[in-house]
Design a binder for this molecule. Structure first.
Ligand SMILES: [Zn+2]
Length: 233
C-alpha cells in the first residue's frame, strides 16, 4: 500500500479532488476512459451497477430492498439509487475525488448530485462528454467480432483479422455478440440520445460540460481527458 502511494505522488503530484462525470453513448469508450482516469488519480471508479451488486452481495438494507426489484428485471427506483450514491461518496476512499461512470442519467439525479457534492465539501463536478458521429459509432459496434476461443476482439471495418472471420492468434471462429447486432444497438443508441440530451443541455448551461472527440484513438482520448481535468482546477 505504502509504495503504491509514493508511485501515485510521483505520477500525479496534484490529487483529483473532485467528482468527474463521464457522459457518452454505449460503445464510445466512456467506461474504459473512466477507469483509466480513476486509475491515474488513484480514486474510486463508481458505477451504480457495481454499487447495486455490492450492496446486494453485502446484504445492506439498501441491497435487501433492491434485490427483489432487480430479480424481477425492473428498474431500481431513483430514491434507492440516490441513497446508495449518497452513502458511497461519504466513504473515506472518495475523499480525494472519484469518477462517475453512467451516473447521473437524468437532470433530477444531476441536481441531487450537485447538492450532495456541496454538502460533502466537493467542488462542482466536472463533466466529460463523449461526442461521436452516430453512424461511426454504429459501425464500430456492429463491426465488432469476438474470437470464440481466446476472446480477442476484432472489428471487420477498423481492425479486421488477416483471414476471413478467423482469429489471427488461434484460428478461432469470430462471432458477433447478440447485443452488437444493429437491430439491438440502433434502438439502444436512440434511447440513450433521447434520455441524455436534457442532461447534456443542463450541464452545458452550468458551464460544466467538456466535450471530447470519441472518434479518436483510446490514447488520444485519454490525453484529451487528462488535459480537461488538469486545465479545470
Ligand atoms: Zn482467438
Amino acid at each position: 500500500m505504502k509504495t503504491s502511494g509514493i508511485a501515485a505522488d510521483q505520477r500525479c503530484p496534484k490529487p483529483l479532488d473532485r467528482a468527474v462525470i463521464f457522459l457518452g453513448p454505449p460503445g464510445a469508450g466512456k467506461g474504459t476512459q473512466a477507469k483509466e482516469l480513476a486509475r491515474f488519480f488513484r480514486v474510486p471508479h463508481l458505477s451504480t451497477g457495481d454499487m447495486l451488486r455490492e450492496n446486494i452481495a453485502q446484504g445492506t438494507p439498501l441491497g435487501i430492498q433492491a434485490a427483489p426489484i432487480m430479480k424481477r428485471g425492473e428498474l431500481v427506483p431513483d430514491s434507492l439509487v440516490l441513497k446508495m450514491v449518497a452513502h458511497r461518496i461519504e466513504q473515506p476512499d472518495c475523499m480525494h475525488g472519484f469518477v462517475f461512470d453512467g451516473f447521473p442519467r437524468t437532470v433530477a439525479q444531476a441536481q441531487y448530485l450537485m447538492i450532495l457534492l456541496r454538502q460533502n465539501g466537493y467542488k462542482p463536478a466536472l463533466v466529460v462528454h463523449f461526442v461521436i458521429d452516430p453512424a461511426l459509432l454504429l459501425r464500430r459496434i456492429t463491426g465488432r467480432r469476438m474470437c470464440k476461443v481466446g476472446g480477442e476482439i476484432y472489428n471487420i471495418y477498423e481492425r479486421p483479422p488477416q483471414c476471413d472471420l478467423r482469429c489471427d492468434h488461434d484460428g478461432g471462429e469470430l462471432i458477433q455478440r447478440p447485443d452488437d447486432r444493429e437491430e439491438v444497438v440502433g434502438p439502444r443508441l436512440l434511447a440513450y440520445q433521447r434520455q441524455t440530451e436534457p442532461l447534456v443541455a443542463y450541464y452545458r448551461r452550468l458551464g460544466r460540460l467538456h466535450e471530447v472527440n470519441a472518434a479518436k484513438s483510446v490514447d488520444q482520448v485519454k490525453q484529451e481527458v487528462l488535459d480537461i481535468v488538469r486545465g479545470s482546477r
